[in-house]
Design a protein around this ligand. Structure first.
Ligand SMILES: Nc1ncnc2c1ncn2[C@@H]1O[C@H](COP(=O)(O)OP(=O)(O)OP(=O)(O)O)[C@@H](O)[C@H]1O
Ligand SMILES: [Mg+2]
Length: 334
């Protein structure tokens, strides 16, 4: 079991409140991702759940038990950090077994759990190596193995992949998602990579300055962002925002249109502008379009075959059915 409830939790460091009163429920088995810009309180929130920081006020409940004052080791949670801090002089087997030896489990049980974790993580052939003889991705798997053997009620990940190179990140992202499918254990995952958030999460929690801006499934946040902040944060490249007459025509202060919801043409379309930069990704091309009279830049995501260049005048057609409207407070108009 691993249902986690934060009830009016706050956290201050000295007289600076970094988490204003916050309510959040994470259901048993859910993969929840905390996203938000640097300094918004993601790690602090995770550390409060783990018990590595004390809440200033409020209550944390784990499986209906008040855990607010329970020390970290007794909360039944396992944390995996960005820096995996393995013991360099110990074998992989001993590294994974470490928390179980600390907890004084008997050797047969330790062997059973280490063997099981190694199988799940494809580390069976590496159990007798030392961390120095492993790749970055393998080391991160050992760190996760050390968490798995504890059979926690929930896993807490704080940007576990940010030390890895781009290709490994994608690989590990899939492995962690598969691990969740297999174990069905609650996972809370902190990242500021919104692609990780979109692809891994059952539920995304978008934070800004310690406040929850929105909670929802990836597609809910993509399709129905509550406000300008969420609309701009979820989706890559970022949603285009347009103010002025074009927005007023639709009864909004600001309208938002995603780059993938604009089509380009050399001859027709209600908007037009000049290509300042085209970024060719192979599969897609991103055009950054100036002189539209709408916004400083309009970004368009087109097929990789589309070949406009710097200086070309092009026409743009937004998809009206997915255009978002926002009021003067920045809230989305449903
Ligand atoms: N021990 C501390 N003492 C004082 N302030 C702290 C402490 N820990 C964190 N903070 C402050 O709390 C705020 C939230 O920090 P936190 O580490 O939770 O952010 P984050 O969202 O994890 O950011 P990042 O994406 O950069 O890791 C920041 O303004 C930070 O400076
Ligand atoms: Mg952090």
């Amino acid at each position: 079991m691993g249902r986690i409830v934060l009830d009016k939790v706050t956290k201050s460091f000295g007289d600076v409140q970094v988490i204003p009163p916050l309510d959040l429920t994470i259901e048993d088995g859910e993969f929840t991702v905390f996203v938000g810009p640097s300094g918004c309180g993601k790690s602090t929130l995770l550390r409060l759940i783990a018990g590595l920081e004390d809440v200033s006020t409020g209550q944390i409940r784990i499986d209906r038990q008040d855990a607010t004052m329970v020390p970290p080791a007794k909360r039944g949670l396992a944390m995996v950090f960005q820096s995996y801090a393995l013991y360099p002089h110990m074998s992989v087997r001993k590294n994974i077994a470490f928390p179980l030896r600390m907890a004084k489990l008997d050797q047969a049980e330790i062997d059973r759990r280490v063997t099981g974790a190694a199988e799940v993580l494809n580390l069976t052939d590496y159990l007798d190596r030392r961390p120095g003889q492993l790749s970055g991705g393998q080391r991160q798997r050992v760190a996760i193995g050390r968490a798995i053997v504890r059979e926690p009620a929930a896993f807490l990940f704080d940007e576990p992949l940010s030390n890895l190179d781009a290709a490994l990140r994608v690989g590990m992202r899939l492995e962690i998602s598969e691990l969740h499918e297999r174990l069905k254990t609650t996972m809370i995952y902190v990242t500021h990579d919104q692609v990780e958030a979109m692809t891994m999460a059952d539920k995304i929690v978008v934070l800004r300055a310690g406040n929850i801006e929105q909670v929802g499934s990836p597609l809910e946040l993509y399709r129905e962002p509550r406000n300008l902040f969420v609309a701009g944060f979820i989706g890559s490249p970022r949603m285009n925002f347009i103010e002025g007459p074009e927005a007023a025509k639709l009864g909004a202060k600001t309208i938002g249109i995603r780059p993938e919801h604009i089509t380009v043409s050399d001859s027709e379309g209600p908007w037009s502008g000049v290509v300042s930069v085209s970024e060719h990704l192979g599969s897609d091309t991103y055009f950054h379009v100036h002189d539209t009279g709408l916004a400083e830049t309009i970004t368009v995501r087109a097929d990789g075959e589309v070949g406009f260049r710097h200086g070309d005048r092009i026409h743009l057609t937004p998809r009206m059915d997915v255009m978002q409207r926002f009021d003067a407070e920045g809230l989305r108009i449903a």
